[in-house]
Design a protein around this ligand. Sequence first.
Ligand SMILES: Nc1nc2c(c(=O)[nH]1)N[C@H]1C(S)=C(S)[C@@H](COP(=O)(O)OP(=O)(O)OC[C@H]3O[C@@H](n4cnc5c(=O)[nH]c(N)nc54)[C@H](O)[C@@H]3O)O[C@H]1N2
Ligand SMILES: Nc1nc2c(c(=O)[nH]1)N[C@H]1C(S)=C(S)[C@@H](COP(=O)(O)OP(=O)(O)OC[C@H]3O[C@@H](n4cnc5c(=O)[nH]c(N)nc54)[C@H](O)[C@@H]3O)O[C@H]1N2
Ligand SMILES: [Mo]
Length: 758
Amino acid sequence: MAEEDDTVHYTGAEGGWGSVRGIVETGLRERPSLAALDTLRRQNKPGGFMCVSCAWTKPAKPHTFEFCENGAKATLWELTTRRCTPDFFAKHTVTELKGWKDYDLEQQGRLTHPMRYDRASDKYVPCSWDEAFAGIGRELRAIDPGAAVFYSSGRASLETSYLYALFARLYGHNNLPDSSNMCHETTSVALKEVIGSSVGTCVLADFELCDAIFFFGQNTGSNSPRLLHPLQEAVRRGCRIVTFNPVREKGLEVFKNPQSPLEMLTPKETQISTLYLQVKAGGDIAAIMGMIKHVLAAEDCSWREKRQHVLDVDFIEQHTTGFQAVRAKAEATGWDEIERESGLARADLEQAAQIYIDAPRSIAMYGMGLTQQVHGFDSLAMLTNLWLMKGNVGRDGTGISPVRGHSNVQGQRTVGISEKPELVPLDRLAEQFGFNPPRDKGLNTVDACKKIVSGEVRAFIGLGGNFVRAIPEREKMEAAWTGLRLTVQIATKLNRSHLINGEVAYLLPCLGRSEEDRQAGGAQAVTMEDSLSCIHGSIGKAKPASPDLKSELAIVAGIAKATLPPNSRVKWDDWTADYALVRDLIEATYPEEFHDFNQRVFTPGGFYRGNSARERVWKTDSGKAQFTVPSVMSSVGFADAPGRYRLMTLRSNDQFNTTIYGYSDRLRGIEGTRDVLLMNPEDIAAAGLTAGQVVGLATDAEDGVDRQVGGLSVTPFLLPRGCLGAYYPEMNPLVPLDHHDEQSKTPAAKGVPVRIVA
Ligand SMILES: Nc1nc2c(c(=O)[nH]1)N[C@H]1C(S)=C(S)[C@@H](COP(=O)(O)OP(=O)(O)OC[C@H]3O[C@@H](n4cnc5c(=O)[nH]c(N)nc54)[C@H](O)[C@@H]3O)O[C@H]1N2
Ligand SMILES: Nc1nc2c(c(=O)[nH]1)N[C@H]1C(S)=C(S)[C@@H](COP(=O)(O)OP(=O)(O)OC[C@H]3O[C@@H](n4cnc5c(=O)[nH]c(N)nc54)[C@H](O)[C@@H]3O)O[C@H]1N2
Ligand SMILES: [Mo]
């Protein structure tokens, strides 16, 4: 698509001076201490602390400053000198604070004291830690454990997460929804089914060997910028990059390395994508089908001409099942349907497929563009089909690599935070701690929301995060929330979820990962797992924001101890004093992945916990890798209709999920506002609208619920026709709770059916 002059776009490269300016500006807004700058120097280094921003891996040989613009923002955000003290809460009622913007709430800085909600004054008032733990324990003991939900938001360490999950099971439930339920749960379900592994198969060395990398629906420049370094290196040695994304994301077009002085001083920048295809939102299944058709045609041709196979026939024969059915489906699917559903031309798809054919080794990377769709499962299964055809799984330099979100979201699942009891070694836990773990399926995010609405859930504990802002169906959920008996939020900064409180509510402030965590046994280290399944140790050194903070682990242990009857095998105090003891417990529960855990904590580059699919051991029903015939050609799950658009809810370059750092989406050229509706110029004209006109969106669903968001300025933007873009979390009131991936229940936030309203 040709660039049109009246569309909003960015002309510089990702990285470069713009990213340095981004860091400095956040620094000024957050008023960091000098120690904060020292902390940045230690970020993502062995023996240092691991960034709280994205989950991209931390290399063994780090750059001098192994962080990116957004990682630095996340650290400076945590190490701000601003404080949200009991004085602040004394001045404002909760009802008043509900009227504030999310940005202004977090701008109050770090929470300093444990607080309890006081109904009479409608204010949070300070309380002691003992009082808080005793109060929460009393409430939890009074309800049926099945009526409690323990949420986690992907940041807490392996040690804390392990104990949190253990606490849930000792107490009596598997209701452990995780931010992953809104994010890569589609991955956990789909990859598990098709290759028998719920996580990606790549290691960092694969990026040094691959000949092509394909990106589907992942915005590297904003959400995992450190990945741009290996990408840039790959491009320089001739690796080809192909991107499928409705938005022309700058980071995948060009990159300028802020850590290379030469590149900063000269106009030199690396072109990242060889081919950039603006697929329609939800058009990936069709696009991949087109590529598969071309690969099959190329195979037929080389067979006729007695040339080398295009397919890896030995691999397909020995390692997979279902190939013929996928071949038959591809043959039966016409190019007209593929072009219509993907929004892409046959020639472009054939060009992408030819790059795939020509590359001896290819890696597939993807993000929310694939997972947050009604048929996200089918998209991932299709991607896997294409990757299996050339044996691009379980071979050096190849693989499927989902780019995870929160810095420890993958690890939390590894150590037991899961609502699915079959994924947890319950027998081993039973033996280790002498109890009968609950075997019933727990609640995921969508199911927890439903039972909060129906009143069956009575208590909610949030280990980090901003649940009420992150979930779909905001209006209904906020209203239902206040019907809860107990809400407990463990957090670093004030956010909206803390103000939508239950009858009894506590707000418990915790240490951030960059801060020193000193316990009875001395200074403590914690661990996390990155997107490539490497486990890293992390030691915070910064002075805690307040002397009254506790670590997340100490808070979880404190609540657990106050809730549960004594058990001689369950030693909350000892574990809090020395986290190495918790690592021993993790090792005992997961001996294969975590053997010699304490000895390996500070392995440079992390230690790899292994992946069966990488070894071509397929833990699937058939014992083989599974070709899967897609059930549909579009992943959005609704038909096109006049006036109906596909809304993608997007992250800007100046936010971390519900945390808004500022109003500059630098890489998309959108400045000073988030109240925009990104729209193709021809669609604007066809709808009789003009640029700058203020409109609203309404969900186009026939379930009798009126969902609207207003005040959006129509902004011409290079999107495929029929697709709209607007920001998350502002658009969450538009996402129906039942609009989610069919198998995993991940909310389908990248394909919401909407109408434009005046
Ligand atoms: N700075 C920063 N870093 C972050 C985060 C943050 O908010 N800020 N969040 C973290 C978290 S929790 C996560 S999960 C990750 C999220 O990182 P990503 O996976 O990159 O998620 P998004 O930014 O939501 O959107 C991904 C991309 O999908 C594209 N897209 C939308 N619909 C489709 C589609 O139908 N097909 C295709 N092919 N593409 C589509 C969008 O244009 C966008 O570029 O980032 C993590 N890192
Ligand atoms: N429409 C739409 N909805 C979405 C998405 C989308 O793309 N579109 N994305 C989804 C995705 S991928 C995700 S992961 C979820 C995110 O959902 P969450 O993980 O629940 O939300 P966050 O915004 O990451 O949480 C931010 C809050 O975490 C707290 N916090 C920060 N650091 C720490 C810490 O170290 N410890 C503790 N205890 N608390 C801390 C702070 O109080 C901060 O306000 O949102 C989902 N919702
Ligand atoms: Mo996420």
